[in-house]
Write a protein that binds this ligand. Structure first.
Ligand code: ACM
Length: 542
Protein backbone atom coordinates (compact mmCIF):
# COMPACT_ATOMS: atom_id res chain seq x y z
CA UNK A 1 0.00 0.00 0.00
CA UNK A 2 1.53 3.33 -1.04
CA UNK A 3 0.40 6.83 -0.30
CA UNK A 4 1.93 10.03 -1.52
CA UNK A 5 1.43 13.44 -0.03
CA UNK A 6 -1.39 14.23 -2.45
CA UNK A 7 -3.41 11.18 -1.39
CA UNK A 8 -2.88 11.63 2.34
CA UNK A 9 -5.56 14.25 2.93
CA UNK A 10 -8.14 11.99 1.26
CA UNK A 11 -6.84 9.11 3.36
CA UNK A 12 -7.57 11.13 6.48
CA UNK A 13 -11.07 11.87 5.22
CA UNK A 14 -11.56 8.17 4.50
CA UNK A 15 -10.55 7.28 8.05
CA UNK A 16 -12.65 9.93 9.72
CA UNK A 17 -15.68 9.00 7.65
CA UNK A 18 -15.50 5.27 8.07
CA UNK A 19 -14.29 4.14 4.65
CA UNK A 20 -11.10 2.73 6.18
CA UNK A 21 -11.03 1.19 9.59
CA UNK A 22 -8.69 2.91 12.07
CA UNK A 23 -7.05 -0.45 12.66
CA UNK A 24 -5.86 -0.41 9.07
CA UNK A 25 -3.77 2.55 10.11
CA UNK A 26 -1.98 0.65 12.85
CA UNK A 27 1.62 -0.51 12.66
CA UNK A 28 1.48 -1.66 9.06
CA UNK A 29 -0.18 1.37 7.54
CA UNK A 30 1.40 4.67 6.59
CA UNK A 31 1.55 7.41 9.15
CA UNK A 32 -1.28 9.92 9.11
CA UNK A 33 1.10 12.87 9.04
CA UNK A 34 3.71 13.54 6.41
CA UNK A 35 6.92 15.04 7.75
CA UNK A 36 7.06 18.83 7.71
CA UNK A 37 10.03 19.29 5.38
CA UNK A 38 11.22 22.70 4.14
CA UNK A 39 12.15 23.02 1.34
CA UNK A 40 9.64 20.49 0.08
CA UNK A 41 11.41 17.56 -1.61
CA UNK A 42 10.94 17.09 -5.35
CA UNK A 43 9.07 13.86 -4.66
CA UNK A 44 7.99 12.11 -1.49
CA UNK A 45 5.91 8.97 -1.14
CA UNK A 46 4.74 7.45 2.12
CA UNK A 47 5.12 3.67 2.38
CA UNK A 48 3.62 1.12 4.73
CA UNK A 49 5.27 0.33 8.06
CA UNK A 50 7.63 2.10 10.37
CA UNK A 51 11.30 2.05 11.18
CA UNK A 52 12.22 1.57 14.84
CA UNK A 53 15.71 2.64 15.87
CA UNK A 54 18.00 0.20 17.68
CA UNK A 55 19.25 0.78 21.23
CA UNK A 56 22.55 1.67 19.63
CA UNK A 57 22.27 3.38 16.25
CA UNK A 58 24.54 1.73 13.71
CA UNK A 59 25.77 3.74 10.74
CA UNK A 60 27.42 2.38 7.60
CA UNK A 61 29.03 4.57 4.96
CA UNK A 62 29.86 3.03 1.60
CA UNK A 63 31.59 4.41 -1.48
CA UNK A 64 34.49 6.78 -2.01
CA UNK A 65 34.07 9.97 -0.04
CA UNK A 66 36.70 12.68 0.49
CA UNK A 67 34.88 14.09 3.52
CA UNK A 68 33.81 10.76 5.05
CA UNK A 69 34.56 11.97 8.54
CA UNK A 70 32.42 15.13 8.16
CA UNK A 71 29.51 13.09 6.79
CA UNK A 72 29.89 10.57 9.64
CA UNK A 73 29.92 13.39 12.19
CA UNK A 74 26.77 14.94 10.73
CA UNK A 75 25.02 11.55 10.64
CA UNK A 76 25.93 10.98 14.29
CA UNK A 77 24.66 14.43 15.23
CA UNK A 78 21.34 13.94 13.44
CA UNK A 79 20.74 10.50 14.99
CA UNK A 80 21.89 11.46 18.47
CA UNK A 81 19.78 14.65 18.48
CA UNK A 82 16.76 12.65 17.36
CA UNK A 83 16.80 9.82 19.86
CA UNK A 84 19.54 10.50 22.40
CA UNK A 85 20.96 7.02 21.85
CA UNK A 86 24.59 6.03 21.28
CA UNK A 87 25.79 5.91 17.68
CA UNK A 88 28.32 3.37 16.41
CA UNK A 89 29.84 2.23 13.15
CA UNK A 90 27.97 -0.77 11.78
CA UNK A 91 29.81 -4.08 11.52
CA UNK A 92 29.93 -5.87 8.17
CA UNK A 93 27.12 -8.30 9.00
CA UNK A 94 25.31 -6.55 11.82
CA UNK A 95 22.27 -4.30 11.99
CA UNK A 96 22.39 -1.01 10.03
CA UNK A 97 20.09 1.77 11.21
CA UNK A 98 21.40 4.30 8.70
CA UNK A 99 23.26 3.49 5.52
CA UNK A 100 24.88 6.31 3.54
CA UNK A 101 25.93 5.27 0.07
CA UNK A 102 27.75 7.44 -2.42
CA UNK A 103 27.92 6.22 -6.00
CA UNK A 104 29.28 8.65 -8.61
CA UNK A 105 26.87 9.23 -11.47
CA UNK A 106 27.93 11.81 -14.02
CA UNK A 107 24.38 12.09 -15.34
CA UNK A 108 22.84 12.89 -11.94
CA UNK A 109 22.43 16.34 -10.41
CA UNK A 110 25.43 16.52 -8.05
CA UNK A 111 23.23 17.91 -5.26
CA UNK A 112 20.60 15.17 -5.59
CA UNK A 113 19.91 12.32 -3.18
CA UNK A 114 17.37 9.65 -2.40
CA UNK A 115 16.20 8.81 1.10
CA UNK A 116 14.34 5.62 1.90
CA UNK A 117 12.98 4.78 5.33
CA UNK A 118 11.84 1.17 5.67
CA UNK A 119 11.24 -1.27 8.51
CA UNK A 120 14.81 -2.55 8.25
CA UNK A 121 16.61 0.77 8.16
CA UNK A 122 17.22 4.16 6.60
CA UNK A 123 19.21 4.48 3.38
CA UNK A 124 20.46 7.70 1.81
CA UNK A 125 22.05 7.41 -1.63
CA UNK A 126 23.70 10.19 -3.60
CA UNK A 127 26.18 10.74 -6.40
CA UNK A 128 28.30 13.08 -4.23
CA UNK A 129 28.91 13.92 -0.61
CA UNK A 130 26.84 17.09 -1.16
CA UNK A 131 23.85 14.90 -1.95
CA UNK A 132 24.44 12.82 1.20
CA UNK A 133 24.76 16.06 3.17
CA UNK A 134 21.37 17.27 1.90
CA UNK A 135 19.83 13.85 2.50
CA UNK A 136 20.95 14.10 6.13
CA UNK A 137 19.48 17.60 6.40
CA UNK A 138 16.17 16.16 5.23
CA UNK A 139 16.46 13.25 7.65
CA UNK A 140 16.99 15.79 10.45
CA UNK A 141 13.58 17.25 9.62
CA UNK A 142 11.96 13.78 9.71
CA UNK A 143 13.77 12.38 12.75
CA UNK A 144 13.29 15.66 14.57
CA UNK A 145 15.40 16.36 17.65
CA UNK A 146 13.94 14.75 20.74
CA UNK A 147 11.68 12.39 18.78
CA UNK A 148 9.91 9.54 20.51
CA UNK A 149 12.17 6.56 19.75
CA UNK A 150 9.41 4.06 20.50
CA UNK A 151 7.24 5.62 17.79
CA UNK A 152 10.04 5.37 15.24
CA UNK A 153 9.72 6.90 11.80
CA UNK A 154 7.19 6.45 9.01
CA UNK A 155 8.34 4.45 6.03
CA UNK A 156 8.76 6.68 3.02
CA UNK A 157 10.77 7.31 -0.08
CA UNK A 158 12.12 10.68 -1.17
CA UNK A 159 13.86 11.45 -4.46
CA UNK A 160 15.14 14.99 -4.34
CA UNK A 161 17.18 17.53 -6.23
CA UNK A 162 17.24 21.33 -6.42
CA UNK A 163 15.40 23.35 -9.02
CA UNK A 164 18.20 25.96 -9.10
CA UNK A 165 21.93 25.60 -8.81
CA UNK A 166 22.40 29.05 -7.16
CA UNK A 167 20.56 29.41 -3.84
CA UNK A 168 21.96 32.41 -2.06
CA UNK A 169 21.74 34.74 0.86
CA UNK A 170 23.68 37.99 1.06
CA UNK A 171 24.76 39.46 4.36
CA UNK A 172 25.94 43.07 4.67
CA UNK A 173 28.74 43.12 7.24
CA UNK A 174 29.76 46.67 6.32
CA UNK A 175 26.95 48.79 7.80
CA UNK A 176 26.93 46.61 10.89
CA UNK A 177 29.28 43.70 11.32
CA UNK A 178 28.44 40.39 12.93
CA UNK A 179 30.63 38.28 15.21
CA UNK A 180 32.26 35.27 13.56
CA UNK A 181 30.16 32.98 15.77
CA UNK A 182 26.95 34.58 14.48
CA UNK A 183 28.03 34.16 10.86
CA UNK A 184 28.81 30.52 11.54
CA UNK A 185 25.40 30.05 13.07
CA UNK A 186 23.84 31.60 9.97
CA UNK A 187 25.84 29.22 7.77
CA UNK A 188 24.62 26.29 9.88
CA UNK A 189 21.04 27.40 9.37
CA UNK A 190 21.54 28.04 5.66
CA UNK A 191 22.83 24.48 5.24
CA UNK A 192 19.77 23.05 6.99
CA UNK A 193 17.54 24.72 4.41
CA UNK A 194 19.82 23.81 1.50
CA UNK A 195 21.19 27.24 0.59
CA UNK A 196 24.55 26.83 -1.11
CA UNK A 197 25.87 30.39 -1.54
CA UNK A 198 26.78 33.00 1.04
CA UNK A 199 27.40 36.38 -0.59
CA UNK A 200 29.41 38.42 1.88
CA UNK A 201 29.16 42.20 1.43
CA UNK A 202 32.43 43.31 3.00
CA UNK A 203 32.94 46.92 2.02
CA UNK A 204 30.81 50.02 1.86
CA UNK A 205 30.78 53.76 2.56
CA UNK A 206 30.22 53.12 6.27
CA UNK A 207 33.01 50.62 6.86
CA UNK A 208 35.65 48.38 5.27
CA UNK A 209 35.59 45.00 6.99
CA UNK A 210 38.30 42.81 5.45
CA UNK A 211 41.98 43.04 6.31
CA UNK A 212 44.13 43.78 3.27
CA UNK A 213 47.78 43.55 4.22
CA UNK A 214 49.03 45.71 1.33
CA UNK A 215 46.74 48.57 2.40
CA UNK A 216 46.86 48.58 6.21
CA UNK A 217 44.93 51.84 6.56
CA UNK A 218 41.80 49.97 5.41
CA UNK A 219 41.93 48.29 8.82
CA UNK A 220 43.17 51.21 10.88
CA UNK A 221 41.06 53.99 9.29
CA UNK A 222 38.41 52.67 6.86
CA UNK A 223 36.99 50.13 9.32
CA UNK A 224 36.01 52.83 11.85
CA UNK A 225 33.24 55.42 11.66
CA UNK A 226 33.17 58.03 14.33
CA UNK A 227 29.44 57.71 14.99
CA UNK A 228 26.17 56.47 13.47
CA UNK A 229 22.90 58.17 12.56
CA UNK A 230 20.15 57.43 15.08
CA UNK A 231 16.81 56.16 13.84
CA UNK A 232 15.33 55.78 10.40
CA UNK A 233 16.64 58.25 7.81
CA UNK A 234 13.50 57.79 5.70
CA UNK A 235 11.69 59.48 8.60
CA UNK A 236 14.17 62.39 8.39
CA UNK A 237 16.57 61.24 11.11
CA UNK A 238 19.88 63.12 11.10
CA UNK A 239 21.09 63.08 14.72
CA UNK A 240 24.19 60.99 15.41
CA UNK A 241 24.90 58.81 18.46
CA UNK A 242 28.45 60.08 19.05
CA UNK A 243 29.69 56.49 19.54
CA UNK A 244 32.60 55.23 17.40
CA UNK A 245 31.69 52.02 15.56
CA UNK A 246 33.88 49.63 13.66
CA UNK A 247 36.00 46.55 13.32
CA UNK A 248 37.13 44.22 10.60
CA UNK A 249 37.64 40.55 9.91
CA UNK A 250 41.24 39.40 9.79
CA UNK A 251 42.26 37.28 6.83
CA UNK A 252 42.53 34.33 9.19
CA UNK A 253 38.92 34.87 10.31
CA UNK A 254 37.72 35.18 6.72
CA UNK A 255 39.50 31.92 5.88
CA UNK A 256 37.83 30.34 8.89
CA UNK A 257 34.44 31.37 7.48
CA UNK A 258 35.32 30.01 4.03
CA UNK A 259 36.33 26.65 5.56
CA UNK A 260 33.30 26.53 7.83
CA UNK A 261 31.02 27.25 4.88
CA UNK A 262 32.77 24.72 2.63
CA UNK A 263 32.23 22.01 5.25
CA UNK A 264 28.51 22.83 4.91
CA UNK A 265 28.62 22.75 1.10
CA UNK A 266 28.30 26.52 0.92
CA UNK A 267 30.43 28.76 -1.30
CA UNK A 268 31.36 32.20 0.03
CA UNK A 269 31.35 34.93 -2.62
CA UNK A 270 33.12 38.07 -1.39
CA UNK A 271 31.91 41.47 -2.56
CA UNK A 272 34.24 44.44 -2.93
CA UNK A 273 31.81 47.12 -4.12
CA UNK A 274 33.24 49.51 -6.75
CA UNK A 275 33.53 52.17 -8.06
CA UNK A 276 30.80 53.54 -5.75
CA UNK A 277 30.16 52.73 -2.09
CA UNK A 278 33.89 53.33 -1.52
CA UNK A 279 33.92 56.32 0.84
CA UNK A 280 35.42 54.29 3.69
CA UNK A 281 38.41 53.42 1.48
CA UNK A 282 38.69 57.06 0.33
CA UNK A 283 38.90 58.15 3.97
CA UNK A 284 42.17 56.22 4.21
CA UNK A 285 43.43 56.68 0.65
CA UNK A 286 42.00 60.01 -0.63
CA UNK A 287 44.34 59.90 -3.64
CA UNK A 288 41.97 57.29 -5.15
CA UNK A 289 39.21 59.93 -5.55
CA UNK A 290 38.78 62.47 -8.36
CA UNK A 291 38.74 65.35 -5.83
CA UNK A 292 41.26 66.03 -3.06
CA UNK A 293 39.10 65.18 -0.07
CA UNK A 294 39.51 64.80 2.86
CA UNK A 295 36.87 62.09 3.26
CA UNK A 296 35.32 60.65 6.35
CA UNK A 297 33.88 57.17 6.78
CA UNK A 298 30.14 57.73 6.28
CA UNK A 299 28.06 58.09 9.44
CA UNK A 300 24.66 57.91 7.77
CA UNK A 301 23.05 55.70 5.09
CA UNK A 302 22.53 56.44 1.42
CA UNK A 303 24.60 57.03 -1.70
CA UNK A 304 27.69 59.23 -1.99
CA UNK A 305 28.88 61.18 -5.03
CA UNK A 306 32.43 60.35 -3.96
CA UNK A 307 33.54 57.28 -5.90
CA UNK A 308 36.83 55.83 -7.08
CA UNK A 309 38.47 57.83 -9.88
CA UNK A 310 39.43 55.63 -12.87
CA UNK A 311 43.13 56.44 -12.37
CA UNK A 312 46.23 54.21 -12.51
CA UNK A 313 46.48 54.40 -8.67
CA UNK A 314 42.92 53.17 -8.40
CA UNK A 315 43.56 50.16 -10.63
CA UNK A 316 46.73 49.38 -8.67
CA UNK A 317 44.66 49.58 -5.48
CA UNK A 318 41.88 47.35 -6.81
CA UNK A 319 44.29 44.78 -8.16
CA UNK A 320 46.19 44.75 -4.87
CA UNK A 321 42.96 44.28 -2.93
CA UNK A 322 41.57 41.62 -5.28
CA UNK A 323 44.87 39.71 -5.23
CA UNK A 324 44.46 39.21 -1.49
CA UNK A 325 40.70 38.69 -1.70
CA UNK A 326 41.11 35.94 -4.31
CA UNK A 327 43.77 34.29 -2.16
CA UNK A 328 41.29 34.11 0.74
CA UNK A 329 38.14 33.22 -1.19
CA UNK A 330 38.39 30.33 -3.69
CA UNK A 331 34.92 31.06 -5.17
CA UNK A 332 34.32 30.95 -8.91
CA UNK A 333 32.65 34.35 -8.59
CA UNK A 334 34.13 37.58 -7.28
CA UNK A 335 31.43 40.20 -6.72
CA UNK A 336 32.53 43.67 -7.80
CA UNK A 337 29.36 45.57 -6.90
CA UNK A 338 28.85 48.22 -9.54
CA UNK A 339 25.63 49.57 -8.01
CA UNK A 340 24.64 53.12 -7.16
CA UNK A 341 27.75 54.88 -8.48
CA UNK A 342 26.82 58.49 -9.32
CA UNK A 343 28.67 59.99 -12.30
CA UNK A 344 28.90 63.49 -10.76
CA UNK A 345 32.61 63.36 -9.94
CA UNK A 346 33.56 61.73 -13.24
CA UNK A 347 31.68 64.44 -15.13
CA UNK A 348 33.88 67.04 -13.40
CA UNK A 349 37.15 65.11 -13.61
CA UNK A 350 39.68 65.94 -16.33
CA UNK A 351 41.20 62.48 -15.87
CA UNK A 352 37.84 60.74 -16.37
CA UNK A 353 36.94 62.92 -19.36
CA UNK A 354 40.34 62.22 -20.95
CA UNK A 355 39.66 58.49 -20.78
CA UNK A 356 36.21 58.97 -22.30
CA UNK A 357 37.80 60.84 -25.22
CA UNK A 358 40.77 58.50 -25.57
CA UNK A 359 38.63 55.35 -25.53
CA UNK A 360 35.83 56.82 -27.65
CA UNK A 361 33.26 56.20 -24.90
CA UNK A 362 29.75 57.62 -25.10
CA UNK A 363 29.46 58.91 -21.55
CA UNK A 364 30.29 58.25 -17.89
CA UNK A 365 28.11 55.09 -17.81
CA UNK A 366 30.22 53.73 -20.64
CA UNK A 367 33.26 54.74 -18.61
CA UNK A 368 31.96 52.62 -15.74
CA UNK A 369 31.63 49.76 -18.22
CA UNK A 370 35.23 50.33 -19.32
CA UNK A 371 36.31 50.46 -15.66
CA UNK A 372 34.62 47.17 -14.77
CA UNK A 373 35.74 45.43 -17.97
CA UNK A 374 39.29 46.27 -16.96
CA UNK A 375 38.71 44.84 -13.49
CA UNK A 376 37.06 41.82 -15.08
CA UNK A 377 40.16 41.21 -17.22
CA UNK A 378 42.23 41.09 -14.05
CA UNK A 379 39.80 38.75 -12.30
CA UNK A 380 39.55 36.50 -15.35
CA UNK A 381 43.34 36.31 -15.64
CA UNK A 382 43.17 34.70 -12.20
CA UNK A 383 40.69 32.11 -13.41
CA UNK A 384 37.65 33.74 -11.78
CA UNK A 385 34.46 35.37 -13.07
CA UNK A 386 32.92 38.65 -12.01
CA UNK A 387 29.37 39.05 -10.85
CA UNK A 388 27.89 42.52 -10.38
CA UNK A 389 24.65 44.32 -9.61
CA UNK A 390 22.44 45.03 -12.63
CA UNK A 391 23.83 48.56 -13.14
CA UNK A 392 26.79 46.87 -14.82
CA UNK A 393 24.52 46.36 -17.85
CA UNK A 394 24.46 50.11 -18.45
CA UNK A 395 28.16 50.25 -19.25
CA UNK A 396 28.33 47.32 -21.64
CA UNK A 397 29.67 44.47 -19.52
CA UNK A 398 31.94 41.81 -20.93
CA UNK A 399 29.94 38.77 -22.10
CA UNK A 400 31.31 36.59 -19.30
CA UNK A 401 30.04 38.85 -16.50
CA UNK A 402 27.15 37.45 -14.46
CA UNK A 403 24.40 39.87 -13.49
CA UNK A 404 22.65 40.07 -10.13
CA UNK A 405 19.26 41.64 -10.84
CA UNK A 406 18.15 43.75 -7.88
CA UNK A 407 16.17 46.74 -9.20
CA UNK A 408 13.36 44.37 -10.10
CA UNK A 409 13.48 41.54 -12.64
CA UNK A 410 14.01 43.68 -15.75
CA UNK A 411 17.80 43.84 -15.48
CA UNK A 412 17.89 40.08 -15.24
CA UNK A 413 15.55 39.68 -18.23
CA UNK A 414 17.69 42.00 -20.33
CA UNK A 415 20.88 40.29 -19.20
CA UNK A 416 19.54 36.80 -19.97
CA UNK A 417 18.47 38.01 -23.42
CA UNK A 418 22.02 39.24 -23.98
CA UNK A 419 23.33 35.83 -22.97
CA UNK A 420 24.61 36.69 -19.48
CA UNK A 421 24.10 34.34 -16.60
CA UNK A 422 21.76 35.87 -14.01
CA UNK A 423 20.97 35.63 -10.33
CA UNK A 424 17.55 37.08 -9.54
CA UNK A 425 17.45 39.13 -6.37
CA UNK A 426 14.73 41.73 -6.89
CA UNK A 427 13.77 44.24 -4.23
CA UNK A 428 10.14 43.24 -4.87
CA UNK A 429 10.58 39.68 -3.52
CA UNK A 430 14.08 39.14 -2.15
CA UNK A 431 15.07 42.15 -0.03
CA UNK A 432 14.89 40.65 3.41
CA UNK A 433 15.77 43.99 5.04
CA UNK A 434 12.35 45.29 3.97
CA UNK A 435 9.62 45.41 6.62
CA UNK A 436 7.63 42.24 7.28
CA UNK A 437 4.56 44.08 8.44
CA UNK A 438 3.14 47.58 8.44
CA UNK A 439 2.45 47.43 12.17
CA UNK A 440 3.89 50.24 14.27
CA UNK A 441 5.38 47.60 16.55
CA UNK A 442 7.63 46.29 13.78
CA UNK A 443 11.30 46.87 14.65
CA UNK A 444 13.29 49.34 12.49
CA UNK A 445 13.43 48.31 8.83
CA UNK A 446 13.77 49.88 5.41
CA UNK A 447 10.39 51.33 4.44
CA UNK A 448 9.18 48.96 1.74
CA UNK A 449 6.93 46.05 2.59
CA UNK A 450 7.86 42.42 1.96
CA UNK A 451 5.65 39.97 3.85
CA UNK A 452 6.32 36.22 3.99
CA UNK A 453 3.64 35.44 1.40
CA UNK A 454 5.28 37.68 -1.18
CA UNK A 455 8.64 35.96 -0.74
CA UNK A 456 6.87 32.62 -1.20
CA UNK A 457 5.39 33.94 -4.46
CA UNK A 458 8.81 34.84 -5.88
CA UNK A 459 9.28 33.29 -9.34
CA UNK A 460 12.90 33.67 -10.50
CA UNK A 461 12.21 32.69 -14.13
CA UNK A 462 10.08 35.31 -15.89
CA UNK A 463 7.50 34.03 -18.38
CA UNK A 464 8.77 36.29 -21.14
CA UNK A 465 12.09 34.43 -21.48
CA UNK A 466 12.54 31.71 -24.08
CA UNK A 467 13.77 28.34 -22.81
CA UNK A 468 17.32 29.16 -23.94
CA UNK A 469 17.23 32.53 -22.17
CA UNK A 470 15.67 31.00 -19.06
CA UNK A 471 18.59 28.59 -18.86
CA UNK A 472 20.72 31.62 -17.93
CA UNK A 473 18.78 32.11 -14.69
CA UNK A 474 21.10 30.36 -12.26
CA UNK A 475 18.81 30.93 -9.31
CA UNK A 476 18.03 33.56 -6.75
CA UNK A 477 19.24 35.27 -3.64
CA UNK A 478 17.83 37.03 -0.61
CA UNK A 479 19.66 40.20 0.43
CA UNK A 480 20.06 41.39 3.95
CA UNK A 481 21.34 44.95 4.21
CA UNK A 482 22.08 45.89 7.78
CA UNK A 483 21.65 49.65 8.11
CA UNK A 484 18.99 49.02 10.75
CA UNK A 485 20.15 45.58 11.90
CA UNK A 486 22.67 46.05 14.66
CA UNK A 487 22.77 42.64 16.29
CA UNK A 488 22.69 39.01 15.14
CA UNK A 489 19.22 38.78 16.70
CA UNK A 490 18.06 41.67 14.50
CA UNK A 491 19.45 39.85 11.46
CA UNK A 492 17.75 36.61 12.43
CA UNK A 493 14.43 38.37 12.90
CA UNK A 494 14.56 39.48 9.25
CA UNK A 495 15.84 36.13 7.97
CA UNK A 496 13.25 33.87 9.55
CA UNK A 497 10.82 32.72 8.47
CA UNK A 498 11.22 34.55 5.15
CA UNK A 499 14.37 32.65 4.18
CA UNK A 500 12.37 29.42 4.59
CA UNK A 501 10.03 30.68 1.87
CA UNK A 502 12.99 31.57 -0.29
CA UNK A 503 14.58 28.17 0.32
CA UNK A 504 11.46 26.51 -1.05
CA UNK A 505 11.32 28.86 -4.05
CA UNK A 506 14.91 28.01 -4.94
CA UNK A 507 14.92 24.27 -4.22
CA UNK A 508 11.47 22.79 -4.80
CA UNK A 509 9.83 22.14 -8.17
CA UNK A 510 7.77 25.09 -9.40
CA UNK A 511 4.64 22.94 -9.74
CA UNK A 512 4.79 21.89 -6.08
CA UNK A 513 4.62 25.44 -4.74
CA UNK A 514 1.78 25.41 -2.22
CA UNK A 515 1.34 28.29 0.22
CA UNK A 516 -1.14 26.47 2.47
CA UNK A 517 1.09 23.41 2.58
CA UNK A 518 4.05 25.64 3.43
CA UNK A 519 2.10 27.21 6.30
CA UNK A 520 1.30 23.73 7.64
CA UNK A 521 4.98 22.76 7.53
CA UNK A 522 6.22 26.01 9.05
CA UNK A 523 5.47 25.47 12.77
CA UNK A 524 7.80 22.46 12.99
CA UNK A 525 10.65 24.57 11.62
CA UNK A 526 9.84 27.48 13.94
CA UNK A 527 9.91 25.04 16.86
CA UNK A 528 13.38 24.02 15.74
CA UNK A 529 14.45 27.70 15.72
CA UNK A 530 13.10 27.95 19.27
CA UNK A 531 15.12 24.92 20.29
CA UNK A 532 18.24 26.49 18.77
CA UNK A 533 17.52 29.88 20.40
CA UNK A 534 17.33 31.57 17.01
CA UNK A 535 15.27 34.73 16.79
CA UNK A 536 12.46 35.00 14.19
CA UNK A 537 9.33 36.95 13.45
CA UNK A 538 6.24 35.30 14.85
CA UNK A 539 3.51 34.53 12.33
CA UNK A 540 0.56 36.91 12.18
CA UNK A 541 -2.68 35.52 13.53
CA UNK A 542 -4.73 34.15 10.61
C1 ACM B 1 21.73 47.39 -3.84
O1 ACM B 1 20.75 47.08 -3.14
N1 ACM B 1 22.22 48.61 -3.82
C2 ACM B 1 22.37 46.40 -4.67
Amino acid sequence: MRFDRRTLPSLLVAVCCGAISPRALAEDAPTATTPAIIPLPASMEMDAGRFHPGKTLHVAITGKLADRRAIATLANEVLRDAWHRPVATASAKGRVDLRLAVAPDAAANPESYSLRIARDGIVIRAPTSTGLFYGLQTLRQIATPGSDASAGLPALHIADQPRFHYRGLMLDSARHMQPIAAIKQQLDLMARYKFNTFHWHLTDDQGWRIEIKRFPKLASISSMRKETVIGNISNGATARDGIPYGGYYTQAQAREIVAYARARHITVIPEIDMPGHMVAALAAYPELACTPGPFEVYTTWGISDDVLCPSPQTFAFIEGVLDEVMAIFPSHYIHVGGDEAPTTRWKQSALAQDIIRREGLKDEHALQGWFLRRVEGFVRAHGRTIIGWDEILEGGPSPTATVMSWRGMQGGIEAARLGHDVVMSPTSHAYLDYCQSKAKTEPPCIGSFLPLRKVYDFEPVPDELTADQAAHILGGQGNLWTEYLKTPQDVQYMLFPRSFALAEVLWSPKQSRDWNGFLLRLPAQLAELDRLHVNYRRLDAP
